[in-house]
Design a protein around this ligand. Structure first.
Ligand SMILES: [Fe+2]
Ligand SMILES: [Fe+2]
Length: 177
């Protein structure tokens, strides 16, 4: 159950925090644990970015945000997907893994901050409480959807996340895209 006070923006902000925490945990971990955390992060990011692409960015563009900023965020999400594929192919015990992971983390965190400043706050202003409460049914489902995805190469995880988010939106009757 979603806490009564949590709206769609709260759950997306919580995921940004969770993503930052997972990057830090991967950095500190070793061996199979590092690979498992990287798979967990890939799945969460894949679902989170697909919820944004299929629901949040289109709404932001319609209701609140600058269209150029939204396009820029979508381009960054595509770059992040490519970044996950690059890191996945590296030896998790190597220094190159840590360097590429740090670059990916910096890009993902800058992307998240830009969303928070240029989309989320505006969406919360533009949408009424009922709509925000309705959207939370999808946004708050991200961790549960991510848990259904396989540990696989990132391109496959992102493709499966896209399909899973589409099914969830159809089930909610909320195909905003
Ligand atoms: Fe995003
Ligand atoms: Fe985001």
């Amino acid at each position: 159950m979603v806490a009564a006070h949590e709206d769609a923006v709260d759950s997306l902000l919580g995921q940004h925090q969770q993503i930052a925490n997972l990057f830090a945990q991967i950095d500190k971990s070793t061996g199979e644990h590092r690979q498992a955390l990287f798979a967990e992060l890939t799945a969460l990011i894949a679902v989170h970015e697909n919820i944004e692409q299929q629901l949040i960015h289109p709404l932001a563009e319609q209701k609140a945000a600058d269209a150029d900023a939204v396009r820029q965020r979508i381009a960054e999400e595509q770059d992040a997907e490519a970044g996950f594929s690059r890191v996945y192919d590296l030896d998790p015990a190597g220094t190159q893994f840590i360097e590429e992971l740090a670059a990916l983390r910096d890009a993902v965190i800058a992307h998240a901050l830009a969303e928070e400043e240029q989309e989320f706050l505006q969406l919360r202003e533009a949408l009424d409480d009922d709509r925000l409460a309705q959207l939370v049914a999808i946004t708050a489902a991200a961790p549960a959807l991510a848990a259904t995805l396989p540990a696989a190469p990132p391109a496959e995880v992102f493709a499966q996340a896209k399909a899973a988010v589409r099914r969830a939106l159809n089930a909610e009757g909320d195909g905003a895209a």
